[in-house]
Design a protein around this ligand. Structure first.
Ligand SMILES: Cc1cc2nc3c(=O)[nH]c(=O)nc-3n(C[C@H](O)[C@H](O)[C@H](O)COP(=O)(O)O)c2cc1C
Length: 432
């Protein structure tokens, strides 16, 4: 069996703007309706979680302007207040919301997520990101963002501080003893006195532990420093490495790193990004896939703006018909993603690479639900991973194709869960 998650690539943002099948997207901006419907559909399908991306910036690296971001609606609301709206409509699915370790003071994050753990009945998760754009750092008062590997070092200290705060109340500290009039036992609640190089906190938290005590932790870093942070702390790790061989290597590498951190390989579930193209028949799905590739090829600007965002380098300045520029050594952005592009760019022009590569796919999945189920099962057998993170365009139609078309086929074959045995997100995630 494997796990399923869905990644919303612009968090609590705008989906399907100006595309067919997007419903009332223009009227629904900032409205939880689509996301709540989605959570219900994914729970019906047996998903482990829905993951909300986040970043604190309106990107203007491409052309040094907000023009493209505003044209394509790259706006985001804070994902955290959305979380209880989604769990109110559901009973089992986990909701992972992103927070940037570089910007949130640990006490603020520990308290926020602990409060959400209560409000969701133990179904919240935290996607730990270090964030990369300088502009995001400037929104929080820094002059420049911190250097890549140092960000991960800081994130490690941050996570240790947050964890210490979550553990500042012993499990049996809340006594609720009406005969003595004591709510909580003061000998079981402790200051943490964390003193780090970058993060310090006195503690304890002034809230009681949530149903999970420690919300599910998720991590997506692909560089050695990112993988180490994931292996030290994460319960689920998501990756966009390309090809089944790379997936297998990634899972093996993560397993080694988990063991090096005194954990077991099965303590973290590794999910790989995919964007299935489904159809009533294989032929119909192939046609859709061809149309998708053609649409992608028609928008060099979208591809270059995306590359600018992940690298922090303005790709409008390069001639698209010249060889792919040497950027990997200069980026302070998503290091492994840029390195993958650089590798794919050997002997090719920028235009060729930009128009054919996407960050959203570890393997292509194209076909009828039966065919795609075969492709998923085969990839999991080979890679030894723990599942897939769907990163398809978000429309109600697209959600239903996966939730009501693909997932029932996977379930009939015993490849995904048939229900949820446990009360909390972490218990269900780690159940197999
Ligand atoms: C599935 C997935 C989700 C991600 N979500 C976010 C996010 O919400 N916010 C963010 O700033 N970065 C996000 N990232 C970027 C990662 O945090 C990281 O910067 C990227 O994978 C490159 O890692 P590296 O610099 O360690 O190689 C995500 C990456 C992936 C693959």
């Amino acid at each position: 069996m494997f796990h399923l998650g869905w990644f919303l690539g612009t968090g609590f943002g705008v989906y399907g703007w100006n595309t067919p099948w997007a419903g009332n997207v223009a009227q629904d901006v900032g409205n939880p309706g689509l996301f709540a419907d989605m959570a219900a559909a994914l729970e019906r399908a047996g998903f482990d979680y829905m993951m909300l991306e986040d970043s604190s910036v309106l990107p203007d690296i491409y052309e040094g302007s907000f023009r493209h971001s505003l044209k394509v609606a790259t706006v985001r609301f804070d994902p955290l207040p959305l979380v209880p709206h989604l769990t109110r409509r559901t009973r089992h699915i986990g909701i992972i919301a992103t927070a940037a370790t570089t910007f949130y003071p640990p006490f603020l994050a520990a308290r926020l997520y602990q409060s959400l753990d209560h409000l969701t009945g133990g179904r919240v998760g935290l996607n730990l990101v270090t964030a990369s754009p300088h502009a995001a750092a400037q929104n929080y008062g820094l002059e420049q963002h911190v250097e890549h590997d140092l960000r991960y070092e800081m994130a490690d200290e941050w996570t240790r501080t947050v964890t210490a705060l979550w553990e500042s109340w012993e499990p049996d500290a809340v006594v609720l003893d009406e005969s003595t009039g004591v709510f909580a036992d003061h000998t079981k609640v402790h200051a943490v006195h964390q003193q780090g190089r970058w993060h310090s906190s006195r503690g304890p938290l002034n809230t009681i532990p949530g149903p999970q005590r420690r919300p599910v932790l998720c991590q997506a870093g692909g560089s050695p420093a990112g993988r180490d942070l994931a292996a030290a702390h994460a319960d689920t790790i998501v990756s966009a490495v390309v090809g089944v061989e790379a997936m297998r290597e990634f899972r093996e590498d993560i397993s080694r790193r988990l063991v090096a951190h005194g954990r077991r390989p099965e303590d973290a579930k590794v999910l790989f990004l995919v964007d299935p193209v489904l159809g009533d028949t294989d032929r119909a799905a192939q046609d859709r896939a061809e149309r998708k590739t053609a649409a992608m090829a028609a928008s060099l600007e979208n591809a270059l703006a995306g590359l600018s965002y992940v690298s922090g380098i303005d790709f409008s300045r390069f001639d698209p018909d010249e060889p792919f520029p040497d950027v990997a050594s200069r980026t302070n952005g998503h290091q492994s993603t840029v390195a993958d592009y650089q590798k794919a760019g050997a002997g090719k022009t920028l235009r060729e690479v930009a128009l054919t590569r996407r960050v959203a796919e570890s393997i292509p999945l194209v076909g009828s639900p039966d065919t795609v189920a075969d492709q998923m099962a085969e990839a999991m057998d080979h890679a030894g991973g723990d599942g897939f993170l769907i990163a398809s365009p978000v429309t109600r139609r697209g959600i239903s194709e996966v939730a009501d078309g693909l997932a029932p086929v996977l379930r009939r074959r015993g490849l995904i869960r048939d229900g949820y045995e446990h009360a909390t997100f972490r218990e269900n995630l780690l159940a197999f």
